[in-house]
Design a protein around this ligand. Sequence first.
Ligand code: EPU
Length: 343
Amino acid sequence: MQIQENFSLKQYNTFGIDAKAKQFSFFSTSDELADLLEYSKEPPACILGGGSNILLTKDIDGTVLKNEIKGIEETGEDDNYIYVKAGAGENWHQFVQYCIGRNWAGLENLSLIPGNVGASPMQNIGAYGVEIKEVFNSLTAFHIHDRTIHTFTTGDCEFGYRESVFKRKYKNEFVILRVTFRLHKSPVFHTEYGAIKDELERMQVSSLSIKAIARAVINIRTAKLPDPKVIGNAGSFFKNPSIPHSDFLRLKEKFDSIVGYNNPDGTVKLAAGWLIEHSGPKEGISWKGYRTGDAGCHAKQALVLVNYGNASGKEIFELSEAIMQSVEKKFGIMLEREVNIYR
Ligand code: EPU
């Protein structure tokens, strides 16, 4: 067990914020995690995965433990499915590629999402018409106080839009150890999302495959979303808000080009990127492409806030506040952050 003091987390959060942890250590098994918890006595201040969904606005006056649990194994199969278990510390995109390489289908639309396997159920990650809950089977998680290992099925996780029990009622109680996915032996293609259809056409794909879909998703993401290795970011900073249909009609009368999608429950999910693009720090100036110091709003996708180099977490947080206030003022809609804020 190696514990480092006053440790910079700059390499361990995709925003690239230079906040420090009072103590820092890795764990690669549940026994190592138990030992670290025993040693540090008090509960960890933060469990880090890939650091791709967190904004650190100050130093962490406590222990940060980074999940490095690795390993991918096939745990079973039936007529239709392959069951595959991955360590929470596996890189998400590498895991997706591993599955695509074996022709196990279901994760291709989720290619190139930054972060690790452990965050995928925590967040119910989703993109281009697919959410993790559709391919999730179960997970094991370590209870920080009881030091026991629990199994969670799909029902136990209470998945919602970018939500699960691990972000709400069990917040900071469990450490996700391993996740088992149920992948299709014969692919079920999800190409209904407009951008995928357009990209597949542009690629002139003659016979559809999970590899072609993954390629299309990778092309779209690289064109629109900044690579965290080049420009610090944590993907979508805000959630897309849902509003009653009647409110949507009222907004549509005033703002003809507003973008919304019908939810199955009759409400309308608005594209927060559109709301942000159509508001700004001053009348006539859009947030999209706006920069103050090293904090900014991405020029190709307004839902993504970026760190051009040396922004502090506080500066990015303040920019997010200003964006929320102006969207509220113009459209009467309060945006909700998707990224976890450490403050
Ligand atoms: N739009 C604008 N201006 C912008 C950005 C978007 O007008 O600056 C409008 C466009 O009309 C576009 C629509 O918003 O057609 C939707 O945009 P996009 O397809 O880029 O998706 P999104 O709703 O902005 C969500 C997820 C992304 C995911 C994409 C694709 C959330 C919070 N974000 O973004 O997830 O990749 O759909 O499925 O739901 C993430 O969670 O970190 C993430 C990147």
